[in-house]
Design a protein around this ligand. Sequence first.
Ligand code: ADP
Ligand code: MG
Length: 258
Amino acid sequence: MKTPLLLLTMTEADRSTSLVSLEKVNKHFGALHVLRDIDLDVTRGEVVVVIGPSGGGKSTLCRVINRLETIDSGSITFDGHSLAVEGRALARLRSEVGMVFQQFNLFAHKTILENVTLGPTKVRKIARAQAEQRGMELLERVGIASQAAKYPAQLSGGQQQRVAIARALAMDPKMILFDEPTSALDPEMVQEVLDVMISLARDGMTMLVVTHEMGFARRAANRVVFMSDGQIIEQAAPDEFFTNPSTDRARDFLSKIL
Ligand code: ADP
Ligand code: MG
């Protein structure tokens, strides 16, 4: 029996309101203009797939949403709060946005279960027994409960990435950002990770996913955003985007990856 992960009690109003909203966001690294007037809204329960050439600013976009990077101008609102917060408010906000990276970033000398319970016990101050029970449910959910006592190096890449997803879920995030979660995996392990992501999407998790996996975009995305040179060049529903991209740049990109 799968444990329900998310509250499926969203009202229509919830679904149509933005969870995260970027307005005219600009970011430079020195002379490099990495995000140019980015306007982007992600509504609750929405799955947005971000694609585009390397160096286009996709990772930076994730990092500014999670506030691992500051922005130079514009505004970011998350769940109704301006992201111009600091200190405790910043820590809380950050814990509400899960992040799954290309490199799984698990703690090498902690067990799989410890990796999943660390955030809840240290940051959320949840009792160990309760965090462990929930941690096991989440490991079950990503198909890895039998590995709970092992260490990351004893698991395959696909298994480690599923642990990273369970770890993100353990903080009960309002949204999860995935930055090329399958790019470092051997090909035969890609699908097991995508399957977990597809099931989260079906459960109503709000997700922003940077990926080159167009099969995932077609199956799970509500919207595809094409980013290049720090700009959102176009965005559309997957069917429309893949069959009839409206810009030469998107057409050119698709011809190279499909
Ligand atoms: P993508 O994820 O689409 O490949 P990134 O957001 O990683 O793009 O990078 C966008 C540009 O910003 C690239 O030219 C990259 O080299 C540069 N960049 C990213 N992070 C930094 C940083 N911390 N310092 C300097 N330049 C950076
Ligand atoms: Mg990147």
